[in-house]
Design a binder for this molecule. Sequence first.
Ligand code: GLC
Ligand code: CA
Length: 555
Amino acid sequence: MEQQEPLREFSIRDNYRRMVFYQIWVRSFFDGNGDGIGDLYGVYDKLGYIRSLGADAIWLCPVYPSPNADYGYDISDYKSIHPDFGDMEQFRKVLDRTHQLGMKLIMDLVVNHTSDEHPWFKESRKGKDNPYSDYYIWRDKPNNWDSLFEGKAWEYDEMRGQYYLHIFSKKQPDLNMDNPKVREEVKSIMRFWLDMGVDGFREDVINFISKKEGLPDGLPFIPAVNGMFAYKDGPHIHEYLSEFRRVTEKYDCIQIGEGPMTTVKTALMYLTGKHRSLDMMFSFDHMMADCLFTEYIHLPFNLKKLKKAFSKWQYSLNGRAWNTLYLENHDHPRIISRYGSEKLRRESGTMLAVCYMFQQGSVFIYQGQEIGMTNIRLRDINEYKDISSKTNFWKYHLKDSLEDRMRRIHRSSRDSSRTPMQWTAAKYAGFSRVKPWFTVNPNYKRVNVASEESDPDSILNFYRRCVRLKKSSRVLTYGSYREYFPDSHEIYMYEREYWGHHWLIICSFSKHIVNVKLPKNFEGRPNELLLCNYSGERKDNMCFEPYEARVYRFL
Ligand code: GLC
Ligand code: CA
């Protein structure tokens, strides 16, 4: 009874809870037309590979025209495809092929801001009597808010003679969602893609779209987030999201909100009750186990902090809402370099897969995570591409030594997740025939899809086993969650329980051998070891090797 049917023709709304999503940051995924930039031709070519992981859906990071101030998150046309990536015809091919392979496709919807090169902004700058005048947030005098990327959140515009708000870079002016015309535009963008057949949206910083009336000053706490409490979860957020929900309700689709600084309490307001306007949210608590508030401020990795974050979301959402499970995306450095060990790459990479995937929630895998890609260490700051590497990360620490600053970048830059995907040991990692737009991680000869394919014990093949196990089991899909030994600094252990079936997931975060004790209620009970990242007779030997992970079914 714990076995579940595989998905065939299916409704995403009814099934997203049991789906595995694969996230693609297109620019670095695969170059199909030989210009050094990943594109939709490349995505098309690799759909079979993605399916082979057991994925049920892909999430495409923004593929719209963009001047790339924030690599696609600064959009200059919402209803078209960036020429670097292909064209609408190629997009349709990707969409059709994805569907033929039995997968769904989710788009990124970025409507907190546009690019300053979007025609709406170009018009809005022209003056107060322009029809687009109120599409953005203009003021004669700025307040004290900070930009999350760089300096203050206001930029003076000569042409208009006023300041505009930009929570992200200067090239990303915030839309004025209080203007009903702007909301109509958002709905029209949603309909445009849904009518074409896409299956939903990942909604970028969606908890920022309604700002507090009067835009009051924030308390100057920590640079970069000053003002956040006046623009996060603003007064009209639920009203606006409900309006959008009335559009999506007419389609078989889902909405996943990205919510920086989201707490369990605020997430539940988006996900349950009369305000329910999102199906899932991306929260950030578990990405903070080696830093303080933001990834700019490092601390040593703290397992207890990680477990606390995981458990908080697991306990609080159980029976009420549904979690997203992820360890990597295009905004965070690689997880092995953070919570695991580059030296014990295979061991820690496979253990990390077990530790998050078998919790309750929908699984997300980010390109390259499944082959254990690690952080890049470039020598010069100018070799980095991402705006946030060069602004806040760099500028807030000008007083530190160059060496210290570079160490910080190596640890925290988002660029580590944006290096070209490593497909083979050939030149440029098989990502492209020509020199790619961004440096390939020099470890590509060792770390690549081809070599992982050929090794039955590789991280890649282990991910496949994990996905298969997760998807075949109702216990791992719907079961409740219970953590054991929360005070352990070495072991993360949790149980999943469903209609009297009990499974135990045990992960060692230690580089040493650790003797593991079972919880009292499991002692001496017959069990079956379903998955382990070490081979050999492991079942009853409770000495865990470095980064060993196991999944037991108790009979
Ligand atoms: C989200 C995106 C990130 C982007 C930011 C501004 O956090 O994931 O990549 O820089 O929003 O759009
Ligand atoms: Ca290309």
